[in-house]
Design a protein around this ligand. Structure first.
Ligand code: AMP
Length: 113
């Protein structure tokens, strides 16, 4: 089932887009948890990490390459940053279209709550 992220991909609702190619879109999180908080998503609708197949390996790798590229562009690559993908309820997932959170610009703590 489609989510709000499909509407962002299709430009039916606005987002602050920071990267786009044929398969991947990245945009600022509307409720940022850090000075840099970007969501990186495949354009293909994949609900959760559990739904990945071998055919998705390339795009999932690409999400990480785009995260590192955006981190460099935002000037946080050397200080460091966090990438997270939440899965299902106990993982804290709220939008069922997989997305990598790129967060940085402040000290992260571990373990995350
Ligand atoms: P998760 O809880 O891991 O599924 O993350 C979903 C993220 O999507 C949250 O950090 C929300 O703040 C973010 N989000 C929800 N709607 C939008 C939107 N329209 N534009 C940008 N970010 C959004």
């Amino acid at each position: 089932m489609s989510t709000i992220f499909t509407k962002i991909i299709n430009r039916e609702i606005k987002a602050d887009i920071v990267y786009e190619d044929d398969n991947v879109l990245a945009f600022n999180d509307v409720n940022p948890q850090a000075p840099v908080h970007v969501l990186i998503i495949p354009k293909r609708e994949i609900a959760t990490l559990n739904d990945l197949t071998d055919a998705d390996a390339e795009v999932v790798g690409k999400l990480h390459l785009v995260a590192a590229k955006i981190a460099r562009e935002k000037g946080i690559a050397e200080d460091g940053y966090r990438v997270v993908m939440n899965c299902n309820e106990q993982g804290g997932q709220s939008v069922y279209h997989i997305h990598l959170h790129l967060m940085g610009g402040r000290q992260m703590s571990w373990p995350a709550g």
